[in-house]
Design a protein around this ligand. Structure first.
Ligand code: B12
Length: 221
């Protein structure tokens, strides 16, 4: 990567930290003009900024409004960058169908949206149900869309049990083997995934794609 590209990504990160949505959007445009890979700009520019604000929040140097503004700045940049990410054409080919949601009580959407975009650009047909999604709504969508995989995001310890609730409900209905369940989000972990009997876990969007790819290979067609 050239020095100039590094400079843009670092400016993008700073714009998110300041919560400057307009600048984040401008820099996203510039990065595309400079042919910087949009996924790289999202990860190393926008998301890096949000993560740094998160760290500042943890040590009392940033507050809820800062998190909000950083989140909005990331979204503004994402709108521009997403358009440059080639999306799958399901009519020709689909690697599998995924229903994804952030669990009930949790309104964090940046990471889930990033995972959703990455899955889509890698050939999966993705139905993103958004945030604060009850188990019943996720299961209805999974049935209606004939999903292969249900992907769940949770950023808070308090909402994490929502992932277990979904798996328990699948078992209660006798349909646990109808879907593979992939879990993630800051509050989840490999250990948690094993504890609740999920089929896969990943700590990031790239890993989510490789886990999903492995999971669909396991489904008998
Ligand atoms: C931005 C942010 C917000 C923004 C969210 C904006 C938005 N539109 O999403 C706002 C301001 C709204 C917010 C609100 C709150 N937040 Co907040 N927030 C954050 C922060 C700083 C960053 C999260 C983020 O977007 N990261 C960037 C993205 C790109 O990364 P990511 O989410 O981790 O996602 C990646 C991976 O986890 C993974 N992944 C994500 N989902 C999935 C799904 C699958 C299937 C897979 C495989 C992978 C995967 O891939 C992603 C891409 O690499 C975190 C701090 C942190 N360290 O995470 C706190 C944090 C999550 N928030 C926290 C809290 C407490 C809150 C509030 C309760 C605060 C309050 N008192 O009001 C509210 C919650 C309201 C609610 N009911 O949900 C706590 C949670 C603590 C805990 N462990 O329970 C954290 C950890 C901060 C802290 N250290 O205290 N927040």
């Amino acid at each position: 990567m050239t020095g100039l590209s590094e400079e843009i990504l670092s400016e993008m990160k700073e714009a998110v930290i300041r919560g400057d949505a307009k600048r984040a959007e401008e820099l996203a445009r510039q990065s595309l003009e400079m042919n910087i890979d949009p996924m790289k700009s999202i990860e190393q520019g926008l998301a890096a900024g949000v993560r740094e604000v998160g760290q500042k929040f943890e040590c009392g140097e940033a507050f809820i409004p800062n998190l909000f503004m950083a989140g909005n700045a990331m979204k503004a940049g994402m709108v521009v960058l997403e358009k440059a990410i080639p999306m799958a054409n399901y009519k020709q080919f689909t690697r599998g169908k995924i229903v994804i949601a952030t669990v009930a009580g949790d309104i964090h959407d940046l990471g889930k949206t990033l995972v959703s975009t990455m899955l889509n650009s890698n050939g999966f047909e993705v139905n993103d149900l958004g945030v604060d999604t009850p188990v019943s709504k996720i299961l209805d969508a999974a049935r209606d869309k004939k999903a292969d995989i249900i992907a769940l995001s949770s950023l808070m310890t308090i909402t994490l049990p929502g992932q277990r609730d979904l798996i328990d409900e699948l078992k209660r209905r006798g349909i646990r083997d109808h879907y593979k369940v992939l879990v993630g989000g800051g509050a989840a972990s490999e250990r948690w995934a094993a504890e609740i009997g999920a089929d896969g876990y990943s700590s990031d969007a790239k890993g989510a794609v490789s886990k999903a790819t492995k999971l669909v290979e396991l489904i008998p067609h």
